[in-house]
Write a protein that binds this ligand. Structure first.
Ligand code: SF4
Length: 629
């Protein structure tokens, strides 16, 4: 029966040099739906606890969902899942473009990369023509050159190439994977996992089609869904400016990370806003598979030290990481940084945050030019910042230390520098600040992959979703829900958004159709999923909620095997002990513990330990995890 899935898991064992296929277990479609869910099941069962993420025993999973590659809007995303070399816990990173649809057209829902090659290789998938190809001549290439070389070698411009750059080869702990050079699976070091396995790239071409259960009804609903995307005013703004629209919003609420998150307002914010950037730099709009919104921008620098830079992005997060957070009021610097991150394969958020850590440590006298190899670091020094970024990509001198991430770098340096390493569980904090946004504080503290703005980013309390909030939790609670400085009901908001985002990440669809703006929510997925999959069980919101709870708890159990408990669900002291110095949130700090109590209670996790209770494990049918603990 057609179900949106292709019904096949493809495995490549690099140690043995062989491919195998397994049928996709039928019950997984109901228990996990796809994407993140399939990845969590495979990683938990097949990767033993406490292994080195850069060892042969780790696996890297590339997964799609039941509507990947269909007519549903923004359904071209793919997820990379592995144990993270940056954090040592759950790692995942989603990416747009066309890779996921191509994997499904080739006949596979999931690709599992196992073992380790002795020499550089790339994996070639062309329907059932499966090869592990010699990549010794390609090792060392940047992702742009590599992608061109592979497309040329296959004489096929439509082949989809997921590649690592030199940073992945050098095992930079936050190395990324680039799809067709432009779209990054950035966070948690998936590029380093591929680098450790000596996989330079995965090239995929498929010629099949995805069949859904009720084609006619699904197509009608998908058309309606596209109309909703196109007619949403906020989505149209996103289409014009991408996530640059966030700069002004963040500045207004005092949540624009500035000088390594020391404050939330930045004097030079206007030069980092969409209104300023688009006319000055944007030369073309771009979109991922099946997207009528098209938030991606190709940008060009005409003057200044980075003149001639032509690159896609960066979005708000990169703008923050190499703009306000480093004291730079110049989009050209962020664009040049993004180009290096894309070509060398680096996560722009962790790279920028590691440089921010170094600058603050230097400015405050904890490190000197002796530590940096002669570099004098200061806020806003554009050329020095770009030089340091290149040193990270090359693991050159002081860059070698920063390539380990800010947590490890602080542990190595000592001298109190840990207070300048702004991370949660080893992952650098993204472009938010819990002091002026309490729900994000809770989301950062409890996120499975560390400080995460993409798994429970609650926008309802700050950005005008009052009607949504009132409908969900009752109008009487609205004043407290939308108060960004009030800890009350923030656990409810995180719980609800995390569940919806979890279903989003099993399908897999783009964040910007669910999170900001929330065009689709659980009810929409419940209407669509039975048409796509034929599973009537997926037509009930309460069942989708159970599936989401299962996945959140499964990731928690994965992290618990690695020793994560309540004691690790902490924020940097910057957010809990240093009052916000300026802006609308002046004087604010985060009181995390009451929110944690509420969150664990909602999740059915023990309030003392933060671990899922036996009853919750039973209720969510996760008893099987005990055999792998
Ligand atoms: S909104 Fe942007 S990121 Fe999302 S699918 Fe469209 S182009 Fe890609």
């Amino acid at each position: 029966m057609a179900s949106g899935h292709m019904g096949m898991i493809l495995r490549v064992n690099l140690t043995e040099g062989e491919f195998t296929t397994d049928p996709l277990p039928k019950r997984w479609k109901k228990e996990f739906i796809g994407g993140d869910g399939f990845g969590a099941k495979i990683l938990f069962e097949e990767v033993p606890a406490r292994i080195d993420p850069l060892s042969e025993k780790n696996k890297l999973i590339i997964a799609t969902g039941p509507i990947t590659g269909t007519l549903w809007p923004m359904s071209g995303r793919t997820v990379f899942i592995s144990k993270s070399p940056l954090t040592g816990i759950w790692g995942e990173s989603h990416v747009g473009g066309f890779l996921g649809p191509e994997l499904k057209y080739a006949g596979y829902d999931v690709l599992v990369i196992e073992g380790m090659s002795e020499k550089p290789v790339y994996i070639s998938i062309d329907d059932s023509d499966l090869q592990i190809k010699d990549a010794r001549q390609l090792w060392g290439l940047t992702t742009d050159r590599l992608t061109s070389a592979i497309k040329k070698a296959h004489n096929d411009p439509d082949i989809q190439v997921a590649a690592i750059g030199p940073a992945g080869e050098r095992l930079v702990r936050y190395a990324s994977v680039l799809v067709n050079h432009a779209r990054a699976a950035g966070r948690t070091g998936m590029g380093a996992v591929l680098g450790s396995k000596k996989v330079k790239a995965i090239a995929i071409r498929g010629h099949g089609a995805v069949e859904v259960h009720d084609h006619a009804a699904f197509v009608d609903l998908a058309k309606e869904a596209h109309t909703r995307v196109r007619s949403n005013p906020q989505a149209r703004e996103m289409g014009k400016y991408g996530t640059w629209i966030l700069t002004a919003v963040k500045q207004e609420i005092g949540e624009l990370p500035t000088y390594n998150h020391q404050t939330g307002v930045f004097d030079g914010w206007e030069k980092l806003s969409g209104d300023y950037i688009r006319p000055k730099y944007t030369v073309r709009d771009r979109a991922c598979f099946g997207c009528s919104l098209g938030c991606k921008k190709l940008n060009y620098v005409r003057e200044g030290p980075f003149a001639g830079t032509l690159e896609e992005g960066p979005e708000y997060e990169g703008l923050m990481a190499f703009g306000s957070s480093l004291g730079v009021d110049d989009y050209a610097t962020a664009l040049r940084a993004n180009q290096i991150c894309n070509r060398y394969g680096l996560d722009i958020i962790s790279a920028g945050a590691s440089i921010g850590f170094a600058i603050e440590s230097f400015v405050k006298g904890a490190i000197t030019a002796k530590d940096t190899g002669g570099l004098t670091l200061q806020w806003g020094d554009r050329e020095q910042i770009i030089k340091l970024l290149q040193m990270i990509a090359d693991r050159d001198g002081f860059g070698d230390l920063l390539a380990e991430g800010s947590k490890r770098a602080a542990e190595t340096i000592g001298r109190g520098t840990n207070k300048y390493a702004i991370h949660v569980k080893g992952m650098e904090v993204s472009g938010q600040d819990g002091r002026t946004h309490r729900s994000i504080a809770l989301g950062h503290a409890t996120g499975a992959r560390g400080a995460d703005h993409l798994r429970s980013l609650v926008v309802v309390d700050q950005l005008g979703y009052k009607d949504v909030a009132a409908r969900r939790w009752g109008a009487d609670k609205l004043p407290e829900i939308i108060d960004p400085y009030n800890e009350k009901y923030k656990a409810n908001a995180v719980f609800e958004s995390e569940n919806a985002y979890c279903i989003r990440d099993t399908l897999i669809v783009c964040w910007y159709s669910v999170s900001w703006p929330p065009i689709f929510w659980m009810e929409d997925f419940a209407k669509m999923l039975p048409l796509a999959t034929g599973e009537t069980y997926l037509g009930q919101v309460r069942n989708l909620t159970t599936i989401a709870e299962r996945q959140v708890t499964l990731k928690r159990l994965f992290n618990a095997r690695e020793g994560i408990t309540r004691k690790d669900d902490r924020l940097p002291d910057r957010f809990t002990k240093e009052p916000m110095p300026d802006g609308p949130g002046k004087g604010q700090i985060v009181n995390l513990d009451p929110m944690l109590d509420d969150y664990y209670t909602l999740r059915g996790w023990d309030v003392e330990t933060g671990l899922p209770t036996d009853e919750t494990i039973r209720r969510l049918s996760l008893e099987w995890t005990r055999a792998h603990s």
